[in-house]
Design a protein around this ligand. Structure first.
Ligand code: ACO
Ligand code: ZN
Length: 485
């Protein structure tokens, strides 16, 4: 289920301070602690929304509150000051949540300056009910570099020419210090520690972009103080400032992710990286990915995973667009562990393209695949879209000819084998398309005539298997090591 409600009807709430709180009201108010619930004015909704105080800090004598809007995705969490809160509706933490917060700050409400006009509170339920075409991404501002940073880029760039796909590529990046966090980002989110609920990196700089992170990621503590963490777009090493990145780039010779280029079509390439052979890159990509993935925590072992890095080529090199990771061996038929399209590239079809690529690999392996669960809200939307399109395209191929009236009999199994999509996902997609009925003990498809028209293939990015140079890995019984076929 999508957990995030869509933007609801906007209210024209004036955001006006009403001065110090009425003393009678103040006496009734509980202390402000982590775990308290309070309506907070949410910019994208232009209304008050119930929120939970996750953390409290004091900067130059001003209290700031890290709040989570109840029933909204955590990427919308933010630091706010008290003037955005309706303190008259402050409620203390429930006993279960307060017990986990007993070391938290306590702020007497009387010490706070003022609050804002209470107004129509947008309840999460109302927001959820509104139904939306697009999920709010929140403060995910991305923008091109300023002149300064552009000159950094040209400093760093050397004219790169597109090498032939068969040209040998360096196997590993310039050695860099190992990071403290390791993993593929594929473990389920524990949510145990409130520290991991607070975004710790303010901004990253990657290639041509500044990107605002969505979630916590366990970068070393000293990086959390930087206003911007500068990341080498080729080896993903992270630096505290631009000077450190410049120094790094004088040593780092990469102009593409380390590993083998296994796919190229025009300017689009995939590089394959073994989490065992290139640990530093694997660790770095997990840290980067965690900034945009909430429901996963990091594993400390990247060895069991392969990483597929999607890049776009220009004169300065192969720029990372996104990636997905994949278990080398999965007893649960997982063909994709984590997927990320970097925010500046989202909603342009790259996610769909990577998902199609993951199923193309499964087809070559002769396997049926499914993504590792749980899916994020955006992951679920993307997969639903992919499954629906893949199944409709398969049905289209089997559409009756003009002189025929009946569809050839196709089972869920047939559809699963033809698409490499696991049966459960085929069934979910057919239900989502609303074209399957259970009738007298069997499933029957009933396809409205105009359905195919709405699913014509208009995608700019499609996987062209003839541009893929890849052989599945096999396990050798003697060593239990993976080797290329
Ligand atoms: N709002 C509504 N629908 C959306 C949105 C959105 N913000 N983003 C994607 N979709 C849906 C659309 O139906 C779209 O189909 P369309 O192209 O016909 O409109 C479909 O998803 C695919 O969109 P793409 O542009 O191909 O996907 P994108 O490149 O944006 O990548 C992804 C999707 C990878 C999920 C991206 O949003 C992302 O990286 N999110 C953060 C990390 C994440 O949540 N990853 C998935 C975790 S689950 C797992 O790893 C197994
Ligand atoms: Zn580098």
């Amino acid at each position: 289920m999508v957990t995030e409600p869509a933007p609801t009807k906007l209210t024209d709430t004036p955001l006006e301070p009403i001065g110090p709180l009425d003393t009678k009201v103040v006496q009734c108010l509980p202390k402000m602690t982590e775990g308290c619930l309070v309506p907070v004015y949410m910019d994208i909704q232009q209304a008050f929304v119930p929120a939970e105080i996750v953390s409290i800090r004091e900067i130059n004598g001003v209290h700031e509150f890290y709040i989570h809007y109840v029933n909204y995705n955590r990427r919308l969490d933010e630091w706010v000051t008290v003037d955005r809160m309706n303190l008259k509706e402050l409620t203390p933490p429930s006993s279960s949540s307060s017990s986990s917060n007993n070391i938290s700050h306590e702020i007497p409400v009387t010490s706070l300056p003022r609050t804002v006009q209470p107004s129509t509170t947008t309840t999460a339920a109302a927001a959820a009910a509104s139904g939306a075409a697009e999920l709010p991404l929140g403060n995910t501002t991305t923008f091109f570099l300023s002149d300064d940073a552009d000159s950094l880029n040209s400093d760093l760039s050397r004219a790169a020419t597109l090498p032939s796909l068969t040209d040998p590529l360096p196997a590993t990046a310039t050695p860099i210090a190992p990071t403290i966090a390791r993993g593929n980002g594929n473990a389920h989110h524990s949510g145990a520690h409130s520290i991991t609920k607070v975004k710790n990196i303010n901004m990253i700089h990657l290639g041509r972009y500044f990107i605002k992170p969505w979630y916590f990621s366990p970068y070393p503590e000293e990086f959390t103080a930087s206003s911007v963490v500068y990341i080498c777009e080729f080896c993903l090493k992270y630096c505290k400032d631009v000077e450190a990145l410049k120094r790094h780039r004088t040593k780092c010779t990469l102009f593409h992710p380390p590993g083998n280029e296994i796919y190229r079509n025009g300017t689009i390439s995939f590089f394959e990286i073994d989490g065992r052979k290139n640990k530093s890159y694997a660790h770095n990509i997990c840290l980067l990915a965690k900034l945009f993935l909430d429901h996963k925590t990091l594993y400390y072992d990247t060895d069991p995973f392969m990483f597929y890095i999607l890049t776009e080529f220009d004169a300065q090199g192969f720029h990372i667009v996104g990636y997905f990771s994949k278990d080398k061996e999965s007893s649960e038929d997982y063909n994709l562990s984590c997927i990320l399209t970097l925010p500046p590239y989202q909603k342009k079809g790259y996610g769909h393209f990577m998902i199609e690529f993951s199923y193309t690999l499964s087809k070559l392996e002769g396997k049926i695949g499914t993504p590792e669960k749980p899916l994020s809200d955006l992951g679920l939307l993307s997969y639903r879209r992919y499954w629906s399109e893949a199944i409709l395209q398969t049905l289209l191929k089997h559409k009756p000819k003009d002189n025929e009236t009946d569809y050839p009999s196709l089972s869920i199994n047939d559809l699963s084998e033809m698409t490499a999509i696991k049966k459960e996902d085929v069934l979910a997609a057919l239900q989502n398309l609303n074209i399957i009925r259970y009738h007298q003990g069997s499933y029957v498809l009933s396809i409205p005539k105009d359905l195919f028209d709405s699913y014509q293939d208009k995608r700019r990015l499609r996987v062209d298997a003839k541009n893929l140079f890849w052989t599945p890995r096999v396990t050798t019984k003697s060593t239990n090591q993976f080797q290329s076929k």
